[in-house]
Design a binder for this molecule. Structure first.
Ligand SMILES: [Fe+2]
Length: 249
């Protein structure tokens, strides 16, 4: 009765305190400062990495945006920033590994980068790609084909967020059958983007169509929501039952 009176029954359910996150590699984030819409200052980058280390992560693979006409990040810019952050981490005595790849927006400039084989990869030659949310780019299918022909393994970021994928369609299956791996955002499972995105994320998890999970963390607020809400939500226990590839990175 007291619980009801004080609204304690409505307290969001979380995983038990002794739940240990089995995922030790944080993938898909925007931690390199000042080169995209992620961390603005190097202090924020280092503070985030410190928290990840304290949470038990062994490695973080950060993936700055690369967009032909907006975030014109080259491998040189990204790797230069990576070294700056690594030096700052060293000063703070951090031992968590930091690697950098990129999140490539499929646009008309992407094909040129692919042609020059000038792409940053992670793990087993994986390339993280994204598209606009409303409409697919005209070169999506050919870019995926060309990526595979060049020996890369495409990983589609947050497939649950694209509005042009009809709910209930077999597009996810088609993508997986054509060799595309799928990376779900953890904020999707707590409804951060929309109820519809949450529903699709749950469907993909329940049908074992997710290969990687990621935070898509841009700042401290995202980190808090990913670590304290998404990774503490009961559904996260279902997510980590999947044969995820994060820990192989
Ligand atoms: Fe991202």
């Amino acid at each position: 009765m007291f619980k009801k009176l004080f609204g304690l029954d409505n307290k969001p359910k979380t995983l038990p305190d002794d739940f240990v996150n089995p995922i030790k590699v944080d993938l898909h984030s925007h931690y390199l400062p000042g080169i995209d819409d992620g961390c603005k200052e190097i202090e924020e980058s280092v503070n985030i990495l410190k928290i990840l280390q304290e949470k038990g992560y062994r490695k973080a693979i950060t993936t700055p945006h690369v967009m032909g006409d907006f975030y014109k990040n080259t491998p040189e810019i990204i790797l230069g920033k990576l070294e700056e952050v690594r030096a700052a981490m060293k000063k703070e005595g951090l031992t968590i590994e930091l690697e950098a790849a990129a999140e490539y927006y499929i646009d008309e400039w992407f094909d040129e980068k692919l042609l020059n084989k000038n792409l940053l990869t992670f793990g087993d030659n994986y390339v993280l790609i994204e598209t606009g949310f409303i409409q697919p780019p005209p070169n999506l299918i050919t870019s995926i084909f060309n990526l595979k022909m060049a020996g890369y393994k495409p990983v589609l970021a947050h497939p649950e967020r694209y509005q042009y994928f009809e709910p209930g369609s077999d597009i996810y299956e088609q993508l997986m059958n054509s060799g595309v791996l799928l990376q779900m955002n953890l904020l999707s499972i707590i409804g951060y983007y929309s109820p519809q995105v949450k529903k699709i994320a749950e469907h993909l998890v329940n049908h074992k169509k997710i290969n990687f999970i990621g935070g898509d963390t841009h700042n401290m607020k995202h980190l808090f929501m990913v670590q304290e809400q998404a990774c503490r939500s009961p559904f996260y226990a279902e997510v980590v039952k999947l044969p995820l590839l994060n820990n192989e990175l």
